[in-house]
Ligand binder design. Structure first.
Ligand code: 6R9
Length: 647
């Protein structure tokens, strides 16, 4: 991997929340004097009863549990809305960019958000919702999705957002698992000019679920939908009948805020549970520190609200900080691959936060689509979701940011609540492909296969040695699974499931999920490393590399390669790519098999499903062997890969 170095730009060094020494000192205090540090940091929230307790967690089996600020009381929605009314009631809180650029954006000030959320909360109460109830939210990317979350938080109900791209079966499974009594949805969603039949999907899902008593439907497109008498209610009709004020429920810091389902390597998706005080503090603090958020900045997290990134960085973190948060209904490449940058110009966005997979897709279309836009408002560029290969990093930095905007590569997980290892723009020199250093209170360690802690420059399993405020509290309905999944592989530590390398400067380089690290002739190698090398080749748009059993080497390297639009697969190109990787990394990284693939199997959030690629590489091609493929965005990709298996 690249060890190039991008020092903090002069303007940032002069004018940042924390500088190099400031970050180091703040981190040191967060570890050495954690209790005082966190009591002070907690003051950024508005507490009904301020906490006197901080971390009371234990990762040991005997007294296992995760708990923060346990005697504090607050309401999350009051922190995201009410407390801003006096100072910035007329400032835009939510700025909505519709799917089609032909349509007008919508803007809601903090005062308007307050009224929308209060009415929504009163509608939920009218539908029978009580503190502690689980409310499933299956919504498109419209402002009402954010209102729904905040309305749940206001009355103390636990929201469970299910991504609008999931099927009725996936939706039903999640409703059943947390025993929801209310579903919030819309008539239809829209993406890239196409309609998504959300309400019809809910109807299909509810054939299998008996727990749901009421469905609240937002009129989004005006499309025809069936409304079931006694069960289904239009939000706009109900909202007109209820008061425009709803006092926020008094909540304990450890009362649940939300459940979010996430896939692991085994079993059905886990309901990751986050609570109120620690989660909100973590989302807000990291949003401020990593993105140096300043009043007046236009902030854009281009994720979907169905993922943790949308929860923490579209809704909770930015609103707790009084920000203007942009919410985008559409996709990056529609109607043209310039759309993202046009939205940046239209709304004078300061910071954009997106995923490497989107960047690689846009990069493949050519620089033209970027350079024909201005982008002068941009100051920072964020990335999250997977390791960013240095080539994409450089493209983001040079072509999108014109060498002016630091790249904020944030490593974290649904389980961690918000960013854990990440740069701060004024305080961190950057290296392309490294998420850099731990945030306050985060104690990462690298351990070997036996759990031995490795010091200095090292590579191994990434674990976190002690709790942090935004840590997940349990797996919904299965506390034993929480302990089993995360705390038994390396006892006493939180296992991330990721591999990482720490260099001599203490910088962390995430190598991907641990099961993606392959061992070739006794050499450990990150699949991301080979992928990075492949995508450096001018003909390659995207690559995914997995290991497969090899008689002599232990594991061989199987590379799936998607070519750029103008390149054709050929034997010659296959040989050229093999030689290319040998020269880029070295002979030990020589791919044994290269399969040209017009598309890679991805989840709807854009993560490559390596489990499936690994099976195909191993020659396991029967549908049973491929396992659960229900989360694939496009199942036909897999059929093509199986039919054209190489090697
Ligand atoms: C926020 C989010 C978590 C997994 C995580 C890791 C990968 C996320 C990354 C990254 C390298 C980054 N990941 N950010 N890998 N660099 N900056 O994506 O949560 O959907 O739960 O995924 O994503 O493998 O373990 P989630």
């Amino acid at each position: 991997m690249s060890d190039d170095f991008f020092p903090v730009p002069a303007v940032w060094a002069k004018n940042a929340l924390l500088d190099l020494e400031g970050r180091a000192a703040d981190y040191k205090r967060s570890i050495e004097d954690g209790h005082a540090y966190w009591l002070e940091r907690a003051k950024r929230l508005d507490w009904i009863t301020p906490p006197t307790k901080t971390d009371e967690s234990s990762f040991e089996e005997a007294d296992f549990g995760v708990q923060w600020f346990a005697d504090g009381e607050l309401n999350v929605s009051a922190n995201c809305i009410d407390r801003h009314l006096a100072t910035r009631g007329d400032q835009v809180a939510i700025l909505w960019e519709p799917d089609s650029p032909e349509e007008e954006p919508r803007r809601y000030t903090y005062r308007q958000v307050h009224e929308e959320v209060c009415r929504f909360a009163n509608v939920l109460k009218g539908a029978g919702a009580k503190k502690g109830d689980r409310i499933t939210v299956y919504m498109p990317m419209i402002p009402e999705a954010a209102f729904a979350l905040l309305a749940c938080a206001r009355i103390g109900a636990i929201h469970s957002v299910v991504f609008g791209g999931f099927s009725p079966e996936a939706l039903a499974g999640r409703i059943i698992d947390c025993d929801s009594n209310i579903v919030i949805t819309a008539d239809e969603g829209r993406r890239a000019g196409r309609k998504v039949p959300l309400k019809a999907n809910v109807d299909a899902a509810l054939d299998e679920c008996t727990s749901v008593k009421q469905v609240i439907v937002v009129k989004a497109t005006g499309g025809q939908v069936a409304m079931k008498d006694g069960r289904d209610l239009w939000l706009h009709e109900e909202a007109a009948r209820v008061p425009a004020d709803c006092p926020p429920e008094r909540m304990n810091a450890e009362d649940p805020l939300f459940i979010l389902y996430t896939s692991g390597s085994t079993g059905k998706p886990k309901g990751v549970l986050h609570t109120s005080g620690g989660y909100l503090l973590w989302a807000a603090l990291t949003h401020e520190l990593c993105f140096d958020y300043r009043p007046g900045d236009i902030w854009w997290c281009a994720a979907d609200i169905g993922w943790v990134t949308g929860h923490s960085y579209i809704v909770y973190g930015p609103l707790a900080n009084g920000a203007t948060t942009l919410m985008y209904e559409g996709v990056p490449h529609w109607p043209t691959p310039s759309r993202i940058w046009e939205v940046v110009d239209r709304h004078q966005v300061h910071t954009i936060f997106t995923a490497p997979t989107a960047l690689r897709a846009l990069m493949r279309e050519g620089d033209e689509f970027v350079t024909r836009t201005s982008r002068q408002s941009l100051r920072l560029l964020g990335t999250v979701g997977e390791p960013i290969n240095p080539e994409a990093w450089r493209w983001y930095h040079h072509v999108v940011g014109e060498d002016r905007c630091p790249i904020i590569d944030t490593w974290w997980q649904t389980e961690t609540g918000a960013a854990m290892i990440a740069p701060m723009p004024g305080a961190t020199d950057l290296k392309p492909g490294s998420a850099t250093l731990p945030l306050p209170g985060v104690v990462p360690q690298i351990v070997d296969g036996e759990g031995q802690v490795l010091h200095g420059a090292a590579e191994g399993n990434l674990v976190i040695a002690q709790s942090w405020p935004g840590q997940m509290r349990t797996v919904w309905g299965d506390h034993a699974r929480f302990f089993q999944t995360y705390f038994t592989t390396f006892p006493g530590k939180y296992t991330t499931g990721d591999g990482a390398r720490r260099d001599a400067d203490g910088y962390y380089w995430i190598t991907g999920r641990v099961d993606d690290v392959i061992n070739v002739s006794g050499h450990r190698m990150g699949t991301a490393e080979v992928e990075s090398a492949l995508v450096l080749h001018e003909s390659v748009a995207e690559a995914a590399v997995v290991g497969f059993p090899h008689d002599i080497k232990g594991q061989g390297i199987y590379a799936y390669v998607t070519l750029n639009a103008h390149d054709e697969p050929s034997e010659e190109l296959r040989k050229a790519l093999t030689a290319w990787v040998r020269t880029e990394i070295g002979p030990i990284a020589t791919p044994d098999v290269i399969q040209f693939a017009p598309g890679l199997p991805k989840t709807r959030s854009g993560k490559i499903m390596r489990r499936i690629l690994r099976k195909i590489a191993e020659g396991e091609v029967s549908p049973q062997a491929l396992g659960d493929t229900s989360t694939l965005a496009d199942p036909s990709v897999v059929e093509h890969l199986v039919a054209n298996r190489a090697g």
